[in-house]
Design a protein around this ligand. Structure first.
Ligand SMILES: [Zn+2]
Ligand SMILES: [Zn+2]
Length: 184
């Protein structure tokens, strides 16, 4: 049987993201799980277009969140959470995944400590769309030969038009939402 080639009635959508925008948007999505009101940061570590790990600034597993228990302030910084980059590096370590030669997509310029941790973990390229106060990241990246790229902030929307996809079938209303994730 000869398959039939059916041409798309529409051109490829203009919103289809580049790889860099795709991973930056994933970092923005990760930041939505941040647990401290003072900062929402997301980090996605990528090797050869493969997501190795993701992280957001959040409390240690099983610990109270700043939103519930309050921030633990030292020198005007909240120290209850690990930063997104550290959490992403720790996730990779926990699962035995190498970050040698990886790229880090971060919602903002890493702080000095995170910059040094990314360098030490083998990250070679860092992509951000906003800055961070008092960071010496750039200086350390320069010194280590890590490429830093500042891209525009991606648009804050996800395009998924279920009703437009001819092969998709929405759930009947009574099934949708019954398995809503309860784990926080
Ligand atoms: Zn906090
Ligand atoms: Zn940091």
């Amino acid at each position: 049987m000869q398959p039939e080639i059916v041409k798309s009635p529409e051109p490829e959508p203009a919103y289809r993201p580049s790889w860099d925008v795709y991973f930056l948007k994933l970092a923005m999505l990760a930041s939505e799980r941040a647990t401290c009101p003072r900062m929402h940061c997301g980090c996605v570590l990528v090797n050869e277009r493969h997501v190795v790990s993701t992280g957001y600034n959040g409390s240690l597993p099983g610990s109270e969140h700043c939103y519930n228990a309050g921030c633990i302030m030292v020198d005007n910084h909240c120290v209850r959470t690990n930063h997104a980059e550290i959490n992403a590096i720790c996730q990779a370590a926990l699962h035995g995944l190498s970050l040698k030669g990886a790229s880090a997509y971060v919602t903002n310029m890493p702080c000095t400590s995170c910059a040094k941790a990314l360098i030490a973990a083998g990250v070679k390229r860092v992509i951000v769309f906003s800055d961070y106060h008092n960071s010496l990241a750039e200086r350390f990246f320069d010194e280590a030969g890590v490429k830093l790229e500042r891209l525009p902030m991606p648009e804050r929307s996800i395009h998924y038009e279920l009703h437009k996809f001819s092969s998709a079938k929405p759930f009947p209303e009574e099934k949708a939402g019954t398995e809503a994730a309860k784990e926080r």
